[in-house]
Design a protein around this ligand. Structure first.
Ligand SMILES: Cc1cc2nc3c(=O)[nH]c(=O)nc-3n(C[C@H](O)[C@H](O)[C@H](O)COP(=O)(O)O)c2cc1C
Length: 190
């Protein structure tokens, strides 16, 4: 059963997209839970999967990471990012672009750190920075006092959303762009 039907209006589709994106972080089994985040670094494009943590009403998307990671270096170099999601059952691709900002050691990160509990905190507490070369396969050297000093929140203000619904040759492609006051939708040739 496709997510988008040919009779759906631009407004209906935008609401459906927002609904699915909200479900992505509320439902742990949702296929949009893991999102491909692409950034631009000094030496080119980098991609990686990240967990989709939250989406605000004005389409600000939240991701957690380690402040020492390459994605943070990239975002500081160029805040423009791209996100890619795919729902295999619904055969829907969503592509988004936006501007990313990094939060570190501020009120927001302090608040979010309280939501990261137990072993999950280890993801942001390695002694050596993520991506450092090591001599063995595993690494087990974590901060003893992990107070979230390396924990960072990436906040991405989405500026364009593009959806492609595959449907037996009757594909539907639509793009939304954020203007100063609202979102403007446009059908596209698939
Ligand atoms: C399913 C999955 C989920 C992941 N979620 C995150 C995440 O939420 N935040 C994060 O920083 N890295 C996450 N990672 C690890 C990244 O994909 C990546 O390997 C790591 O962050 C280093 O990326 P970078 O060097 O480009 O910054 C995840 C990996 C997988 C496979």
């Amino acid at each position: 059963m496709p997510l988008i039907k040919p009779e759906d209006s631009l407004e209906t589709i935008f609401n459906t997209i927002k609904h699915e994106l909200h479900r992505a972080y509320l439902d742990k089994k949702h296929p949009f839970r893991y999102v491909n985040l692409a950034t631009v670094g000094v030496d080119g494009v980098h991609q990686r999967l990240v967990v989709f943590r939250e989406l605000s009403e004005d389409l600000k998307l939240t991701i957690y990471t380690d402040i020492r990671s390459e994605k943070v270096v990239d975002i500081n170099f160029n805040p423009r990012v791209s996100l890619l999601l795919y729902h295999p059952q619904k055969q829907v691709q969503i592509r988004m672009e936006g501007h990313a900002g990094i939060h570190h050691r501020d009120e927001l990160t302090h608040d979010r750190w309280q939501r990261v509990q137990g072993d999950a905190r280890k993801s942001y507490g390695t002694i050596l920075a993520p991506g450092t070369g090591i001599k063995q396969s595993t690494y087990d050297d974590y901060l003893t006092e992990n107070e979230g000093q390396y924990f960072a929140v990436i906040s991405i203000q989405i500026s364009t959303v593009e959806l492609l619904q595959l449907n037996r040759g009757e594909h539907i492609r639509v793009k939304y762009e954020k203007s100063a006051t609202n979102w403007v939708g446009q059908w596209l040739v698939p």
